[in-house]
Design a protein around this ligand. Structure first.
Ligand SMILES: Cc1ncc(COP(=O)(O)O)c(C=O)c1O
Length: 364
């Protein structure tokens, strides 16, 4: 059996024992809360990882884009939610084709203007598309504010060609909270706000079947709030340096590392590895920026990046030599997935499998 020492670098490693444990734990948590789990597959974009999530009890997957959903539909997944405001006639045509292949499809909307194009395409084809109205519970990215939800939901419910399945939110602002208590507060607010909006809409005669929340830092608390029916964490399959810094997980829960080679030690306080921004991205550490990746088992971090160079500032007690291999814990696992064609599944130091990042680069 091959070992990680036989691999060319840089390469993305995924510890399969940790991955499987992360998948099982989140599935158990959802089951204990009586909530459906719909993992966001944009984190991994790997068919086999999605299959493991379904086998552990997930009802379906969430994706960010129609083109990502197409890859999973092609592989036989039959219940997908595109958790993004899908807008435009070209996208509507794509969704029609996708809907024809799936048992269940839903897409995100946050405006009547955006939803109208989808509604026309589906009405003309004598079909109906399930939509989920995005609610802004504090991230202030997309979504309608809770106080505007009823007005928008009423107009959506009137559009022929669409069926309003429910509401969804993503409390990504939890990533900016400096303490685990702060994250938990964001999570409770996320769940409770969504439950209150759902009740308001139902009170006005609008059927709301799904109340969907979720990000990895807020998932555990948000899904425990009464009235929440679905949770969509993504990053939890791998975790990363930011999840450790936020207190979401322990370092031992991080499944993804990048294996790199030290290519230069030009000064006693500096080493350079063959993993730069092309390999790790330049996403900052959350909640407090601090370099671009932690060298596993050492104190030093990558503090400067160019495309093919990762510059390690050597911290007291650490030393590096040319040719040495190091493992790097990335700040943000999801963006690393999108930079690589394949990941290598390992157990301990043994290479077990190589998996294609099938939906990589699917941005449309
Ligand atoms: C709409 C939406 N839902 C769910 C998620 C999953 O969040 P996380 O990766 O924190 O688990 C994301 C991630 O960006 C998202 O944008």
């Amino acid at each position: 059996m091959r070992s990680i020492h036989d691999l060319e670098t840089p390469v993305v490693l995924v510890d399969l024992d940790v991955l499987e444990r992360n998948i099982t734990r989140m599935a158990e948590r959802a089951r204990a809360c009586g909530v459906r789990l719909r993992p966001h597959a944009k984190t991994h974009k790997v068919i086999e990882v999605g299959r493991r999530q379904i086998a552990a009890g997930a009802t379906g997957l969430a994706l960010a884009k129609p083109s990502e959903a197409e890859v999973f539909a092609e592989a036989g997944f039959d219940d997908l939610f595109i958790a993004y405001p899908v807008v435009g006639a070209d996208k509507a045509r794509r969704l029609l084709a996708l809907a024809g292949r799936l048992r269940r499809l839903a897409v995100g909307v946050d405006s009547v203007e955006g939803a109208s194009t989808l509604a026309s395409a589906f009405r003309e084809a004598r079909r109906r598309l399930d939509v989920m109205l995005k609610i802004d519970t504090g991230l202030h990215r997309v979504g309608v504010l809770p106080e505007r939800a009823l007005e928008t939901a009423r107009r959506l419910a009137d559009l022929p060609g669409l069926r309003l399945r429910g509401i969804f939110t993503h409390a990504g602002h939890g990533y900016g909270e400096p303490t685990p208590d702060g994250v938990a507060q964001v999570a409770r607010h996320e769940g409770r706000t969504m439950a209150a909006v759902a009740e308001e809409l139902r009170g006005a005669g609008i059927a709301i079947e799904e109340v969907s929340v979720g990000s990895t830092p807020t998932a555990r608390e948000a899904m425990a709030q009464a009235g929440v029916t679905e949770c969509r964490p993504g990053n939890y399959v791998y975790h990363d340096g930011s999840q450790v810094a936020l207190g979401t997980c322990a370092p031992a829960d991080c499944a993804m590392t990048v294996l790199a080679t030290v290519v230069s030690v030009p000064a006693s306080d500096r080493a350079v590895v063959d993993a730069g921004s092309k390999t790790l991205s330049t996403d900052p550490l959350r909640p407090n920026a601090n370099g671009y990746g932690q060298i596993v088992g050492r104190r030093s971090r990558l503090q400067r990046m160019s495309e093919e160079h990762g510059v390690v500032v050597v911290e007291g007690g650490d030393s590096f030599r040319v040719g040495e291999r190091v493992r790097i814990l990335p700040n943000h696992a999801c963006v690393v997935s999108n930079l690589h064609d394949r990941i290598v599944g390992i157990r301990g130091e043994s290479v077990e499998t190589e998996l294609k990042v099938a939906a990589r680069g699917r941005v449309e």
